[in-house]
Ligand binder design. Structure first.
Ligand SMILES: Nc1ncnc2c1ncn2[C@@H]1O[C@H](COP(=O)(O)OP(=O)(O)OP(=O)(O)O)[C@@H](O)[C@H]1O
Ligand SMILES: [Mg+2]
Length: 446
């Protein structure tokens, strides 16, 4: 492990030298005579502890500071506390005193890091498959998940993209007796055609050129656990036959293998297309469909449970606050109304992304209507204009102009020159308008 780095800041070369002599057996020691030099070092490298004889604003909170002073007074003690220093040391000091203090400061830092890490891990584990929502359909879903989790039957989850199909699959796995086994997800649509068979079934060494080693397929990797077959509707017909055989025989044969291998796996498949209809069109095997569809689970689109939007928004804000070290309270009533009026074609995933973007970009504690992407906020802004029938013409024009300009800007990725070309105005006048509306380009410096 790398040695902790201690930065010594003192204008007296003699003092710096004695610090170095005491500390360098245990730590990497860097010394500088003044504040600006110290800040350069802190910015450029990872410093663990600073021994400081002067006040230095701008030193990161994650670095421990020990204040070194010439006189021991109550004032220095108070000043050290105010600075957030770990402790202070008065000159002249004993060698042992310095070493003990340094060690304690670094230990505290290591502990704090560990606590922060464990907290985030705990939060993550807790979030893991929490399915948020109180809509009756979600209540029913919870009940169904609990029921099927106890069994090993095959489950087919149907739902539009972004509705939470994988979340449901994970919940089934984690609530059931296989929870300590692996949860293996595979999306055949995301794997190159030439690789897919060996990905699923594995291969023996030398099965084909490039097969230098035996490789286990997803079926075998899921032994004792759950295999999640995502976007099952995209499976090529030849693989449909093979999958059917696996479901019937409960064994797989590696590519180039000579003996079948028994598998003990619970299957959960998901699709965002109507598989039954695909069967009708002859695009999906009927026998496979029935094998998979033992217990059907349908995840409704978000627009059919719009009452859950506030809960989901709250859930994602809390999570993103933690992730991005922000303190967003929630959406304004107007913003919430827009979020509930929107149709969410990308479902919960789209909502999740919208909230994340708002949390990252928001200035204040409240997410405003203007912070939302235009697709979400525009209809609501239009309603506002309509509601304010007595709106003076110039204000109405201004609002309308704003909608048009923002929509174009979003389309061209906030490239002002390009937007100016489309709207036939100079980019500088766009800049002036944006400033007047208090709109900042996403990602731009504050
Ligand atoms: N009810 C919910 N509560 C909390 N988070 C949810 C909920 N539904 C979905 N999510 C979150 O939304 C995102 C999309 O969910 P998931 O990946 O399970 O959807 P999917 O149906 O598999 O989507 P796709 O079809 O795009 O693969 C995930 O980050 C998931 O955690
Ligand atoms: Mg998915």
């Amino acid at each position: 492990m790398a040695r902790p780095v201690v930065l010594v800041v003192d204008d007296d070369p003699g003092v710096r030298e004695s610090f170095r002599l005491i500390l360098e057996d245990h730590y990497e020691v860097v010394d500088v005579p003044d504040g600006p030099g110290a800040l350069d070092v802190v910015r450029a490298s990872a410093v663990d502890l600073v021994l400081l004889d002067i006040r230095l604003p701008g030193i990161d909170e994650g670095i421990e500071v020990i204040l070194v002073t010439a006189v021991k007074t109550v004032r220095t003690a108070v000043a050290a506390m105010k600075l957030g220093a770990f402790d202070y040391l008065t000159k002249p000091f004993e060698e042992d005193e310095l070493l003990t203090l340094s060690r304690r400061a670094l230990e505290r830092r290591a502990l704090e890091r560990e606590v922060a890490f464990l907290r985030s891990e705990l939060a993550r584990a807790h979030d893991l498959d929490e399915i948020v929502g109180r809509h009756p359909a979600i209540d029913k879903l919870h009940g169904l998940i609990a029921q099927v989790a106890r069994t090993s039957t095959t489950v087919l989850i149907t739902g539009e993209s972004g509705t939470g199909k994988e979340l449901v699959a994970r919940a089934i796995h984690h609530q059931g007796p296989r929870r300590d086994g692996p949860f293996v997800a595979v999306n055949p649509a995301a794997i190159a055609e030439t690789l897919i068979e060996s990905e699923l079934f594995g291969h023996e060494k030398g099965a084909f050129t490039g097969a230098h080693q035996r490789k286990l397929g997803k079926f075998e990797l899921a032994q004792g656990g759950t295999l999640f077959l995502d976007e099952i509707g995209t499976l090529r017909s030849e693989l449909q036959v093979k999958l059917l055989r696996v479901l019937q025989e409960r064994e797989v044969e590696r590519v180039g293998g000579t003996r079948p291998v028994k598998i003990d796996v619970r299957f959960i498949a998901a699709t965002n297309t109507n598989l039954k209809e695909a069967v009708g069109r002859g695009a999906f095997r009927e026998d496979l469909y029935y094998r998979l569809n033992v217990v059907p689970v349908v995840v409704p689109p978000l627009r059919e449970r719009i009452q859950d939007v506030p809960l989901l928004v709250d859930h994602f804000i809390r999570r993103d606050n933690r992730r991005f070290h922000k303190r967003i309270d929630g959406p304004s009533p107007e913003a919430l109304a827009a979020l509930q009026a929107y149709r969410w074609p990308g479902n919960v995933r789209e909502l999740e992304n919208v909230v994340e973007r708002c949390v990252v970009l928001a200035d204040g504690p409240v997410i405003q209507l203007n912070d939302l992407p235009l697709d979400v906020s525009l209809p609501q802004q239009a309603t506002k204009v309509r509601a304010a029938e007595a709106l003076p013409l110039n204000e109405a024009t201004d609002q309308f102009e704003r909608q048009i300009v923002l929509r174009v800007l979003e389309r061209v990725g906030w490239n002002l020159t390009e937007a100016g070309r489309i709207l036939e105005v100079h980019r500088n006048s766009l800049r002036v308008k944006l400033a007047r509306w208090g709109v900042r380009a996403p990602g731009s410096e504050h």
